[in-house]
Design a protein around this ligand. Structure first.
Ligand code: ADP
Ligand code: ADP
Length: 225
């Protein structure tokens, strides 16, 4: 598990600043949801934490380590994307196991992790199927399973439910929340959906134009007089 800290974090593309020096402390085990309109910088911030985008200024700390220059693979965090990023030619089992592709674990240990993730996500009966035979929600669970088997210190979710219909979204909100309660892993979750933020977050961070506008519990953010 891990704390994550953003210190004066800046991102520029050419001469344009899109993240203007944000500061944030995320506690160990906290479920933090970034909300805000399209283009406000949520995804860029998440991608910098993941190491998929370079930092233009400031620092990102995971635990007590500055990770600005650290390879994404060595940050011990796992990212779940909206488009699942699962492989059509692989079975569910192979897709989940792919999270451990470069891991030094033994074959038995890897199998045990895959079995455990599949059980928690209700994917056991589907392990030998290919993604084409799955529903959207099942595919998203496979993507979560592939992140879970890495036993990461934190999960980063980028709009993971935006390709699902309303009913599946509602179900997956509950499942991801339950997963967090069971694993206790730090989660940073990006969405433009207020319902997701309200129902899932320990703390909501509201972004606008590359700034943090507000940060607080769902009650503080949405029920304020
Ligand atoms: P959000 O996730 O909140 O929708 P993004 O983080 O994707 O917002 O984008 C923040 C801003 O950065 C937007 O104005 C977007 O156009 C810009 N941006 C994102 N990626 C790039 C890029 N590779 N090159 C130039 N501008 C980018
Ligand atoms: P999202 O906001 O959900 O990330 P976008 O459509 O804004 O979706 O971005 C999709 C991809 O395009 C991202 O990888 C982002 O970095 C990149 N991107 C976004 N805006 C720009 C931009 N203005 N110029 C170049 N690339 C961009």
């Amino acid at each position: 598990m891990a704390t994550i800290a953003l210190r004066n974090l800046v991102k520029s593309y050419g001469k344009t600043d899109v993240i203007h020096g944000i500061n944030l402390d995320i506690a160990d085990g906290e479920f933090v949801v970034f909300v805000g309109p399209s283009g406000c910088g949520k995804s860029t911030t998440l991608r910098m934490i993941a190491g998929l985008e370079e930092v233009s200024g400031g620092e990102i700390l995971i635990g007590d380590q500055v990770v600005n220059e650290l390879d994404p693979k060595r940050r011990n965090i796992a990212m779940v994307f909206q488009n699942y990023a699962i492989y059509p030619h692989m079975t569910v089992r192979q897709n989940i196991a792919f999270g451990l592709y470069t891991s030094p674990l033994s074959r038995e240990q890897k199998d045990a992790r895959v079995t455990e993730a599949a059980t928690m996500l209700g994917l056991t009966p589907l392990l030998d199927r290919r993604p084409a035979a799955l529903s959207g929600g099942q595919r998203q669970r496979v993507a979560i399973g592939r992140a879970m088997v890495r036993d990461p210190a934190a999960f980063l979710f980028d709009e993971p439910l935006s390709n699902l219909d309303a009913q599946l979204r509602a179900q997956m909100r509950i499942e991801i929340k339950r997963l967090h309660q069971r694993l206790g892993t730090t989660i940073v979750y990006v969405t433009h959906d207020q319902v997701e933020a309200m129902t899932m977050a320990d703390r909501i961070v509201v972004m606008r134009d590359g700034h943090i506008l507000q940060s607080g519990t769902p009650t503080e953010i949405y029920d304020a007089p």
